[in-house]
Each structure stands twice: as C-alpha cells, then as structure tokens.
Design a protein around this ligand. Structure first.
Ligand SMILES: NC(=O)c1ccc[n+]([C@@H]2O[C@H](COP(=O)([O-])OP(=O)(O)OC[C@H]3O[C@@H](n4cnc5c(N)ncnc54)[C@H](O)[C@@H]3O)[C@@H](O)[C@H]2O)c1
Length: 304
C-alpha cells in the first residue's frame, strides 16, 4: 500500500489528544474534532508538551489538525476513533453522523470505557466496520488497546484495526465477544472488589492492601500474566487453592456498601482529600509522577 492511513478523532480531551499523538508520532495525518474551542486551541500545545517530556521530535504535533467541524475531520478518514463523552445516547447519535460523513469503507471505533459496543452501534447500518477500541490512559504510555468485536463486526475489519495498532507500536488484544468491562477492566475490577471487601471486613487497612499487591504479585505482573502463573505453579495446585479460597471471596453482585458509603459521604478520593485513603497535595503529586516515570521506564526497557 505505502500510504499511511488518515486518522480522525472525535473528542480532543484526555484520551483523544493522546490517541492523536500516537498516530502523529507514527507519521499519520490526524484530524481531531471537538465542540469545545479551548480543547481545539490547546490540542497541539498539549501534544507538544507530552513530546518534549518523552524526548520525541515535536514536529509530529504539526501532523495533527484541530477541526471545528466534524466533516472536516472525518470526510477523508480511513479510520475514525470516537473519544467523546461516556454517554450511550450521545455515542449512538455520533456514530449515526459518522456513518454518513466518513467514507463508506472507513473503520469506525468507540473508545468507551464500559458501554457495550453492540449497544452503541445498534443503529449503525454498516455495523460490519464498527467496533470498540479500548485505549488506556495515557494512550502514548500504556501499550494495550483492546479491539472489541460485536456480533456484526467483520473479522477482516477488526484484523485491519489490529494490524494498524500494531504498526503504530501498540499492543492490541482481540476481544472476540462484547462482554461488560471487556478483558482488562473486567479483571481489574474483580481485584478492586476484593480489595475493598478486605478493608470493609476489617482484615487490613487500605494502605496495607496496596502494599501487599505492590510488594508481591504486582512485582511479577509485568512479566508473568495470571494464566502463565497458574501454569507455572500447576493447574492442580491452582485447583486446590480455588477449592479452598473461592467460596470465601466477595461475590456481592453490585457495588460494595462500603464504597457507596464513601461516595455518599463525599469521600471521593484524591479530589476531596480522602477516599479509601487520606491524601494531602504532595503525596498525590508524588504518586502521579511515580506512575508516569514507571510507565516511561517500562517502555524504555521494552525497546531495548
Ligand atoms: N480517561 C480514561 O482513563 C479513559 C480510559 C479509557 C477510555 N476512556 C473513554 O474515552 C472517552 C473520552 O474520555 P476522556 O477521559 O478523554 O474524556 P474528556 O472529558 O477528557 O474528553 C472528552 C472530550 O469530548 C468533547 N466533547 C463533548 N461533546 C462533544 C461533541 N458533541 N462533539 C465532539 N466532542 C465533544 C469534550 O469537549 C472533551 O474534550 C470516554 O468514552 C471515556 O469513557 C477514558
């Protein structure tokens, strides 16, 4: 082929600008649409700031064009990523427009965190080219993108998306069934549910939960996935452990009453100074900086 696909992104927020950056760095032309003028006006400067922090060529930001009209961003696009508000009706309406405005063969993808892709695309007539692409924040530092198929998604369309993401340096994962939480968030929140239950039951405090994870299996996770680990210790041992432990795990079907109480009493986490743990300004800044430095170091190690 030789030609780099033209990318369109709807939403210039936290995820949209980061996704734009990934494609621009890989040499693609990117059009980004947003309804908010400030989001468009700051788009290139936010990307430039990230590129400086990463030690990358800031010229990539020039490949990103801020578009005040949806049609300007998508009319010539090969692939459209939607990264707008997390609202089902809004996304359904947006994909109705995208289907009309984007070229007939363009791939259409939603970056929803949790809304079933099948519901978002239920009114899309050309649903064979529609799918989910679940990026993780920040998109230019976290490798994974889950590619989610609905029952109507054409296998070749999903494979083209997978190959495109691979070509720009991401680690795509094909999600064959559109299940709530896809793969990553489903497992992440199974862990968070148990973590909250341990605190609610008085087994330990929240700080201890975090220490236990970070100082034990969290250390191995970047190089040893849970199923590699199960095979490493043996499925027979895994079965014995599950027979003993699974009946004791939290199986509450909805959110924990402990979590609900935190929210109802205004303990919303870092933004209010207290959630599961207490937070003054300085530890918040330090923690965010540590996470970014860690992600950068892991990417640097991957590329060695
Ligand atoms: N933040 C995360 O960690 C994360 C991770 C994975 C997926 N997501 C999902 O990605 C999507 C975007 O999340 P975000 O964190 O970037 O949100 P955000 O609020 O930072 O960005 C959303 C952008 O959409 C714009 N917008 C609002 N109405 C619009 C319209 N009619 N047309 C075009 N743009 C419009 C807003 O102005 C804003 O710039 C959501 O569906 C979210 O659930 C978020």
């Amino acid at each position: 082929m030789g030609r780099k696909e033209r990318i369109a992104i709807v939403g210039a927020g936290l995820m949209g600008h980061g996704i734009a950056q990934v494609f621009a760095v890989a040499g693609h032309a990117v059009g980004v649409y947003d309804v908010q003028t400030p989001a468009l006006e700051t788009l290139r400067s936010r990307i430039t700031r990230n590129l400086v922090e990463l030690g990358l060529d800031v010229a990539a930001a020039q490949r990103v064009e801020a578009c005040a009209h949806l049609s300007d961003a998508v009319a010539r696009a090969d692939v459209v990523f939607e990264a707008g508000p997390e609202n089902l009706e809004w996304k359904q309406k947006m994909f109705g427009q995208l289907e009309q405005l984007a070229p007939a063969q363009a791939l259409l993808a939603s970056n929803t965190s949790v809304i079933p892709i099948t519901r978002i695309m239920q009114e899309v007539a050309s649903a064979h080219r529609a799918m989910g692409t679940h990026w993780w924040n920040p998109p230019y530092l976290v490798p994974l993108v889950e590619v989610i198929k609905t029952p109507s998604t054409d296998g070749c369309a999903a494979r083209s998306m997978f190959d495109l993401l691979t070509a720009v340096g991401k680690t795509p994962a094909m999600v064959e069934k559109d299940v709530p939480g896809f793969i990553g968030n489903r497992m992440q929140h199974a862990l968070w549910r148990e973590a909250i239950a341990l605190v609610a039951e008085g087994v330990c405090d929240a700080e201890t939960v975090d220490t236990v994870v970070k100082a034990s299996f969290g250390r191995r996770l970047p190089v040893l996935g849970p199923l590699e680990n199960a095979d490493l210790v043996g499925t027979d041992l895994t079965l014995a452990i599950h027979e003993s432990v699974l009946p004791a795990l939290d199986a509450t079907p909805g959110p924990s009453p402990y979590l609900k109480n935190l929210v109802e009493s205004g303990r919303l986490g870092m933004k209010t100074g207290e959630g599961l743990r207490r937070w003054t300004a300085e530890p918040q800044v330090r923690l965010r900086a540590r996470v970014t430095a860690h992600l950068k170091a892991m990417n640097a190690a991957d590329s060695r």
